[in-house]
Design a protein around this ligand. Sequence first.
Ligand code: DGJ
Length: 749
Amino acid sequence: MKRYGVFFAGMCMAATAWCGPVGSEYLLQTKNTSLAFAKEEGTWLLLHYGAKISQIEDARLLASKGFAGDSWLGYRKPATYSVNGADTYFEKTGNKFGGLAVIHADGVLSTELADAGAETVADRDGVTHLVIRMKDTVYPFTVQQHFRAVYESDVVETWVEITHTESAPVRLVRMDSAALVFPLISKRFYVMTLTGEWASEGQLVESPLALGQTISLTSRSGIRSAFGNNASFMLSLDTPATETAGRVIGGALAWSGAWTIGLRHDQIDMLSIHAGADTGSGAYVLDPGKTIVLPKLMLTFSDQGKGQVSRNFHRWARDIHIHNGNSSRPVLLNSWEGAYFTFTEKTLTDMMDGVKEMGGEMFVIDDGWFGRGEFARDDDRRGLGDWVLNEKKLPHGLEWLVNQTKDRGLGFGIWVEPEMANTASELVKAHPDWVLREKTRALRQGRGGSQVVLDMTNPAVRDNIFGQLDAILQSGKRIDYIKWDANASVMNVGSTFLGKDRQANLWFDYTTGLYELLSRVRAKYPDVMINACSSGGGHMDYGFLHFADEFWTSDNTDARQRVFIQWGAGQFYPACMMGSHVTVVPNHQTGRTTPLKYRFDVAMSGRMGFELHPSKMTADEVAFAKNAVAEYKRIRPVVQQGDLYRLVSPWQNSYASLMYASSAKDHAVIYVYGLNRPIHSDYPPPLLLQGIDPAKRYKVTELTREKGKRPHIPVDGKVLSGDALKNVGLPIRLGTEYDSAIFELTEVK
Ligand code: DGJ
């Protein structure tokens, strides 16, 4: 089993922790949070996870016998990793079957883990890495549990690795990355998650987690792991947290295949959190001597509401998890909605001219550029899998096309869908066994009636796809960006590569195969940006996003609906990743017409781009666009690398507002979007700004102003103090339904 993820070699830093063995307790610290562990009767227990404490002894005393968190008189054992063994059978974990359920080689169904030594190990600066080793009391079966505490962002990554040397394979019926039982911490819990569908991703839902209940979140059938539910949650303690108040535990699972998350409030008010890869329709077969590394669950905590939980995830992602998280993303034009499959070289060079004129920095050719002969990709029925140039459409070749962008001073990006093929392709004709299928059943085919999924468990398939991608990147010479699409689920659950006794390994091994392929691309092309597309939103998961610079947020490009979708995505994922494009009206997905300014104002709150044919824009529209792009470039550092503050939710109001502030608090940008405004009522109260310094003074400037229109604030161009902007607030005026505004704050010394 290959490892994936962020594994950095490094020194143990005095500033974070010493490397070495750990005794019977350990306090894992981040800037504002603590995780306290203690060993009792050979089991590691969780004493505390929450706001920071300084002394582990205090946590021990407060969790003394007979009181909260007790593992003796109390019913439950707050185990750091609850497994299917005596503890579950005596109902001490509150979780039926625990997070790990194993059928051992001899058929025994229980696992009993005992401490086999804990230690802190070397990691990168600013990260404390605790490893707890556990071994079954009877079987040569071991579990290593990792906790990687990232100091600055208050995020703790946790996962387990499982290995054994039993006489034959074991079967993992459940294999959660985390199965944490908390001590008694509250009597009320509320769970906020993202749900949705294609083109309606990121919908916020929140509900109480009632006594005795479990909220179970699951993905759909792998690949587009973020469709349906997103692998993330915010769990409020005591009362539903607001943006600025309340205790909240945030979680996000880094897995791009099928997954499950369970949040349980048991009958005696103890909480447990389970999260991991879903074993799907069977158990995972693990051979002796092999190690399975399960995906990371990221946890964070804040006692200052959901906004801080989001900022913690964003900072962690930019600082240590995603690709080049702290560099700026270009303004690009993607060809899809402007041309779909129908384009010539001239269509594309006209688009390049258009985006260049508006101040854009990159051109991306979407679907339709590949396939040859009878498999030329002129629609979605053919060609996937044949990553060779469609010479009919692009007779001058790929390098010529790339040079066209370079000559204009633009970057070049290209669309691919590496995991899928059409049955109408040279690839599938030559290798029908490379396609996922159940050998006795008719092949289910997806998009275009002929789309299938390639078997990523098979190294030969990955070699072929890597070879084809490599050839494109080589022949195009200076390709800067790959849009990595994936428009299918696991429609056929069968692999000719995996043996008949391990077909269920497909669910897990597909994803590790995909990560191996992505790692190869990353290793050879470290400077090429990757957009995680996946039908829009399907890869808003921190597994794929470890390899990516950004994601395509949704195929729904309607600006009004994007206010909601991006509001949802931003709960867990940073703005620098959030592809947000200006498109034409009526919108291609919803038919809604919104003003051009509104569409720009929405796109400018994420990674701004275009998806239209610029030659169809009027001169006034181009002039507006030029100014907006120039302004976006000025505010880009604060949008893409600043801290997000959500001011007014679109879910409860007729307008929405959010802002970003730089960590130095010298620059901020505020967005306001009307959603469905009744006239002469429902006036927005002043926006109480956040993330700025009350002691500083700021110049307030309205951006994306339209010629001849009144400003949306009475203080455009004025200098105001941070305390007034925070405490009196910025008075705003919204006019008609899709009115919108952007304001920039710049510190004046
Ligand atoms: C789905 C993506 O989300 C779109 O942006 C576009 O790339 C199409 N696929 C192309 O087939």
